[in-house]
Design a protein around this ligand. Structure first.
Ligand code: NOJ
Length: 542
């Protein structure tokens, strides 16, 4: 496998609406991001994945795009975007754009033009189908945001497909003009000097809805190979596909370099581990550490040289990891740093979601009036309608709702966490008075400095990027593994629990690389690990 820059960097995801507001309207913006580039440089990241900044009516906070070649007004202008690219490049930070091309907004001119006119060339840009003889939807497909995936249009007496909200009609990738228009838009952005694309629900573009096929459709990989040829193939860009249903075998189809598709995919096997089998993410069950090890190790081992892993705990759709699988009360620092060390020492490209580096937590709500996200609001209506208790639905929302990740970033202990001088579009977590960037930077023992150190280690030690991976069999709550490269061995040991655990091995410690306690870690024969203790040591294997 040839080496690429995107294997060596750590990527930082920005959700622009919630990152930093430069003009006091309560909404984060591009100038706000520029103000914080020095902070990101200090952290050490090499690329930013920017959630959508394109023109959008914001039914799904920018994942419903009405103009791919213009910037959302609240976020700024194209000049601001160009300025952001220039300022980021100056700091050797690449900007990876979010590519949302499974669907557009219903306010995109393509949809508007085709909606009322079945003879418009744009009609076939989307997926229209006749009702069943009784007038009902063409089939039973459901939207990820609750209810049917089909919306009736009375003017033309047909239904259109929307796998997300009804304001996000699905594009028809079987139409060559659609594909060409998208490639030309991608080249527009490539020409501006971006570092790559994160591809929203890309596994859905090969859909055949009338045959009941949504993910992994028959022509999916053909389209991606065509996209590669027509757009980023000649440039060394980071391309990462969001692929909820990927197994390692499927991931190799996307990321085996010989197939000329994508750099890597986000796979979600570990993310589903705390939901009941065959049910929805809202149907909670406790995480088993055994299952977590099985899932993560499988991906470490199975991709081999036919693919590359992305490593992540968080994004704008997921709850905050320290609240989800760490302990955000008694062991906030310890569990947040353990999660960081465990993930960043694995093989693959790590992604940090804004605020993760200071241990931002979930924000429980008492009433649905405090929720903002369309997915949460729709699910609430649906479940209350189906007879669920309010308390039960709120419990699911507090555990899994997307607003948890979308609360504005806490920069300081000032009003609204220094995020805005106005009224924030979504309230901050009240703990901003203690969990904020300023406090983290002032405290040499903060979570921030563990992330900073992990990123620096990756720059200094190729073993982290290229080393082989081997799990060490231990008791359930210890997650330990080796990385080996060019005669060196690193041992990573983590206690994934609130209790002490005992770890044994015969290896001799050469030196401590990083840890989240101040232990001496000299002898590994019988180590009592404190709750959430994590360390990495270079060892001589016995
Ligand atoms: C996945 C995105 O991450 C999510 O935020 C969005 O709602 C859906 N795709 C639809 O674009």
């Amino acid at each position: 496998m040839n080496k690429h820059w995107w294997q060596e960097v750590v990527v930082y995801q920005i959700y622009p609406r919630s990152f930093n507001d430069s003009n006091g309207d309560g909404i984060g913006d591009l100038r706000g991001i520029i103000e914080k580039l020095d902070y990101l440089k200090l952290l050490g990241i090499g690329a930013i994945w920017l959630s959508p900044v394109y023109k959008s009516p914001n039914d799904d906070n920018g994942y419903d795009i009405s103009d791919y070649e213009n910037i959302m007004e609240e976020f700024g202008t194209m000049e601001d975007m160009e300025f952001l690219l220039a300022e980021a490049n100056k700091r050797e930070i690449k900007i990876v754009m979010d590519l949302v091309v499974n669907h557009t907004s219903d306010e995109h001119p393509w949809f508007i033009e085709g909606k009322d006119d079945p003879n418009s060339p744009y009609r076939d840009y989307y997926i229209w189908a006749n009702p069943k003889p009784d007038g009902s939807a063409p089939n039973e497909l459901t939207s990820a945001f609750s209810g049917s995936a089909w919306e009736f249009d009375a003017t033309t007496n047909q239904y259109y497909l929307h796998q997300f909200s009804k304001k996000q009609p699905d594009l028809n990738w079987e139409n060559e003009e659609v594909r060409k228009s998208i490639y030309s838009m991608m080249n527009f952005w490539i020409d501006k000097g971006i570092g790559g694309f994160r591809m929203d629900v890309i596994d859905l573009i090969g859909k055949r809805p009338l045959e009941g096929i949504l993910g992994n459709g028959p022509q999916l990989h053909e389209y991606l190979q065509e996209m590669n040829r027509e757009t980023f193939g000649q440039h060394d860009l980071l391309t990462v596909g969001e692929t909820w249903g990927a197994t390692p075998a499927i991931a190799k189809l996307y990321s085996n370099p010989e197939r000329k598709e994508l750099s890597m995919v986000f796979q979600f096997e570990h993310i589903g581990l705390d939901q009941q089998e065959g049910k929805e993410k809202w149907d909670l069950k406790p995480l088993s550490i055994k299952d977590l090890k099985t899932a993560l190790v499988k991906w470490q081992i199975e991709l081999g040289n036919e693919g590359w892993n992305s490593l992540f705990w968080n994004n704008h759709d997921l709850p905050r990891i320290v609240s989800r699988w760490g302990n955000d009360t008694d062991y906030h620092y310890e569990s947040a740093t353990l999660l960081a060390i465990l993930l960043h020492m694995m093989k693959g490209t790590p992604y940090i979601y804004q605020g993760e580096e200071i241990g931002m937590t979930n924000t429980p709500i008492q009433s649905i009036d405090e929720a903002q996200d369309i997915e949460t609001l729709n699910m609430y209506q649906e479940r209350i309608g189906a007879g669920y208790q309010v308390s039960e639905v709120l419990e699911s929302i507090n555990a899994k709702g997307r607003d948890n990740a979308r609360r504005p970033m806490a920069w300081s202990a000032q009003k609204h966490g220094g995020f805005t001088t106005g009224e924030p579009w979504l309230a901050l977590n009240p703990n901003y008075s203690t969990i904020n960037v300023e406090a983290a930077l002032e405290n040499p023992q903060s979570i921030f400095y563990t992330y900073q150190q992990l990123i620096q280690l990756r720059k200094d030690h190729p073993i982290i990027i290229w080393g082989s991976f081997e799990l060490i069999p231990t008791v359930e709550h210890i997650f330990a593994y080796y990385r080996r490269y060019e005669g060196k061995t690193w041992l990573i040991v983590t206690n994934f629990s609130d209790e002490e655990q005992v770890f044994h091995c015969q290896d001799k410690v050469q030196k401590i690389i990083i840890q989240n306690t101040t232990s001496t870690i000299a002898d590994l024969q019988d180590v009592t690990l404190t709750p959430w203790q994590a360390f990495v040591v270079e060892v001589e294997e016995q």
